[in-house]
Design a protein around this ligand. Sequence first.
Ligand code: WTA
Length: 660
Amino acid sequence: MSAIESVMQEHRVFPPPESFAKSAAISGMDAYRALCEEAERDYEGFWARHAREQLVWAKPFTKVLNESNAPFYKWFEDGQLNASYNCLERNLENGNADKVAIVFEADDGTVTRVTYRELHARVCQLANGLKALGIGKGDRVVIYMPMSIEGVCAMQACARIGATHSVVFGGFSAKSLQERLVDVGAVALLTADEQMRGGKALPLKAIADEALALGGCEAVKHVVVYRRTGGKVNWVEGRDRWLDEVCAGQPETCEAEPVDAEHPLFVLYTSGSTGKPKGVQHSTGGYLLWALMTMKWTFDIKPDDLYWCTADIGWVTGHTYIAYGPLAAGATQLMFEGIPTYPNAGRFWDMIARHKVSVFYTAPTAIRSLIKAAEADQAVHPKQYDLSSLRLLGTVGEPINPEAWMWYHENIGRGRCPIVDTFWQTETGGHMITPLPGATPLVPGSCTLPLPGIMAAVVDETGQDVPNGSGGILVVKRPWPAMIRTIWGDPERFRKSYFPAELGGKLYLAGDGAVRDKETGYFTIMGRIDDVLNVSGHRMGTMEIESALVANPIVAEAAVVGRPDDTTGEAICAFVVLKRARPNDEEAVQIANELRNWVAKEIGPIAKPKDIRFGDNLPKTRSGKIMRRLLRSLAKNEEITQDTSTLENPAILEQLRQAK
Ligand code: WTA
């Protein structure tokens, strides 16, 4: 790990525009430093102050942080609150009732708006409907829905009645959905007939039916279906209900159930370095606190903003920065059902111009693909659109390369808008290391400095700090309120994955490599140190994809590595040994396609390997361990200069190289 060296030499610096800094929530570096010092001086006092100021508590807390059972930390544990109350009633009481909460643009361009009053009524009706089905506090509900106001209502309705939701991204396969339903022990599944993306209807209900038919989901008593397209669906009497019928006739108010601050608001599955996805469990109080604080600090959200986060509600970004943070902040947000390239690659820019978006938050992979599209077709180049409403830009999900940053800054922000490159994870609940738009001088490619109260550091493999300028392992030294509480049903895996004994058992291990600048202390993230790939900002464990490949009856063995890709950041490259003879060129193309479709069915289309190479074997040590670093070089078409003396079968390298 100490071999990780800083490769980026970036000297361009962009201080915040004066006018921006003047009105920002955190204005200038002195204000930032003052908050950091407050947190250093009195850590618990700092968090308690914010928790009291920012959230509405049904029962105030007296205890702040409980470390007695570390790393199973508890925050505000004797306090009670309701997350949905903090997102909805709060806005009915503070003058936002008739403010638009969500502007929804459908795939086909149809626009719908809901005010906070209407959203509250809809959430309450659904909450009452779920209660009428017998769903309540402590139950788990899986949500497999498209980007929709109904999807947000589903999450909020669960929070309102104290049920823990687990949202599964609509691009996941029946198999992935079934695994999550079983693991989380869901009693109900909320889905839609179909979802619309890029003009195509995708059958969510049919996939949900298939998932339930795979077995193990006997606890799922109810399937509630949002009628999105009116497409044909199969129906299981007694189990299936239309969402509008569940809501019909229900009262438009529903008392928000106070829950303990530590009550699990949601479980969200994410990839780790072993095969099985991890159910990341989040709390109610600490999580919501940070969702709201970071809306104010990082996005500097203002009453007149039109805020747009392009993430899907199936990912953590769609949880914190669509379903909870913006609502708790009383913001007006744009929500989009479709994809950035339909009807053409100018869709995002057109939407920004039409809706007058002021804060725009997206993924580097989207930026990179839209750069390509704009270069290929001037008609969809951002210069054709009026983007003057923008005041702040953000990125999330993967490192943004300085060239893409500069393009974003010049072509979208027109040199005027700060960019917040927000580093965080499903496990962290919200932003961790990010510029503050009215304070931090920006350096392209760097996520700059930790937010106040976040004790991020770079250490070596024994947990010792490394000097600035040397690469190492990114850790967080103290627990923070929004952190993961455990892995659902697997506390031991939680401890081992995030608080490994090798680092002393007290440091939160993010799983990324990082380096801090010698002079400024700015952080640059250097990518994953474990076997997790980041494809288009989506985390995927190599083991997960390998297990899926090996589950195919013709596959004997498979190893998956990542290689750099201009658009998706990393691309999946699979080395496969079949149970039969190695296929010839023509067959190889055909079998590779079959295997790609197989992985799409097993996990979802996002996990399809870009490259598949067939060999008689894989490069292994004498003890049988696959030498992945050699596969990484092969995937990149690099000369192999590394030591291969421990390799059992050196000839295999040449074969795999030619298999390209
Ligand atoms: C990566 C997404 C560099 C990182 C919110 C992390 C980033 C993983 C950035 C988490 C960034 C996220 N710069 N890398 N600004 N943001 N990452 O759980 O590898 O889907 O560990 O959460 O994405 O991905 P996850």
